[in-house]
Design a protein around this ligand. Structure first.
Ligand SMILES: C[S@@+](CC[C@H](N)C(=O)[O-])C[C@H]1O[C@@H](n2cnc3c(N)ncnc32)[C@H](O)[C@@H]1O
Length: 309
């Protein structure tokens, strides 16, 4: 069993925790997830290195050693690294003398390992994470940042790539499974899905959007399929898709085949209740659907709602 920790950015605490939960459970249904402030801990069959590169809102991650009451109890189960650093992450409401604590932990580990300290590019980083409830110890090894997909141009109606990634993760899909985005626009959701090894099919009724998506996919060497059709065509492929992840038109800069609020209702009624669905629409276009909802404030005239069923 692996014990992992994830410190999230604090932008969207609930969404960040649920994203980590979905990723962990996609690999191990019995994963146990707990949270304490912005810290999420996971006990599962998979290591943090499988979850962290996918999770959008994770700032720091690593192997959880456990909770401690004092730093003299520090035990880091790692063979002498070539270099190391110590970091204190204060998630509590109290003031913590981080620099002092980092030096103290550093001295203990220096005696144990006799490795050099590297603050800029350590081989191992040891963390003391302080919340209002507990102190946690963990460590991580040097990691390569995941390569994120690129786009040829930016468009005003495109979905923020972090939100797109998070939505793909909320679908609970893992490598080799297939999602469909029936309102694919410039292809943001397809790009994020394929960058994580998830197969994707895009549909858009606007041939210009289909062309843009194809070019964006080609730029990244991706091979997701793009179909120029209305979203009702999704019914023809329902058997071969594991989830639907989509961003519905909301009336700004993107075309819509019907009044956007009506379209949301019509779309939801066309999707079988048992099919995993993650969608985002404009607040105010709400539909009666039993699902978890997250509000994302954009600016004073636009709040978006992510719905995950
Ligand atoms: C909000 S945009 C999607 C943006 C996309 N997520 C991105 O990042 O570029 C909605 C898309 O739905 C498409 N659309 C509108 N009505 C449609 C319909 N009836 N069937 C399929 N696509 C439709 C529009 O052409 C538009 O590209």
């Amino acid at each position: 069993m692996h014990q992992s920790f994830f410190v999230t950015s604090g932008e969207q605490v609930e969404l960040a925790r649920d994203e980590i939960t979905s990723i962990a459970k996609s690999y191990d249904k019995k994963a146990v997830i707990k949270s304490d402030s912005r810290l999420v801990t996971v006990r599962s069959k998979i290591p943090y290195t499988k979850i962290a590169p996918r999770a959008t809102f994770v700032k720091i991650s690593g192997t959880l050693i456990g909770t401690v009451t004092g730093i003299t109890q520090i035990r880091v189960p790692v063979a002498k690294p070539s270099s190391f650093a110590c970091r204190v992450v204060n998630l509590s409401t109290k003031t913590v003398s981080s620099l002092h604590l980092e030096k103290e932990i550093g001295t203990i580990l220096k005696q144990k390992w006799n490795s050099k300290v590297s603050l800029s590019n350590p081989h191992v980083t040891v963390y003391l994470i302080v919340t209002n409830l507990r102190k946690y110890m963990g460590y991580s090894k040097r990691q390569v940042e995941p390569k994120r997909p690129e786009k040829l141009l930016k468009y005003p109606h495109e979905l923020d790539s972090n939100l797109a990634r998070c939505m793909v993760n909320l679908s609970g899909l893992k490598q080799g499974q297939t999602l469909c985005d029936p309102f694919c626009g410039t292809g943001t959701i397809l790009l994020e899905a394929e960058s994580m090894g998830i197969n994707a099919i895009g549909i858009d009724f606007d041939p210009e959007m289909c062309g843009i998506t194809k070019r964006n996919l080609a730029l990244n060497g991706f091979k997701s399929c793009v179909i120029n059709a209305g979203y009702h065509d999704i019914k023809k492929m329902m058997g071969k898709i594991d989830a639907i992840v989509t961003d519905l038109p909301y009336g700004i800069s993107s075309k819509s085949s019907m009044e956007p609020q009506r379209l949301v209702k019509d779309f939801v009624s066309a999707i079988p209740k048992k099919k995993k669905l993650v969608m985002v629409y404009k607040k105010g276009f709400d539909v009666a659907i039993k699902a978890k909802k997250y509000e994302i404030y954009r600016h004073k005239s636009l709040t978006r709602v992510i719905v995950s069923r």
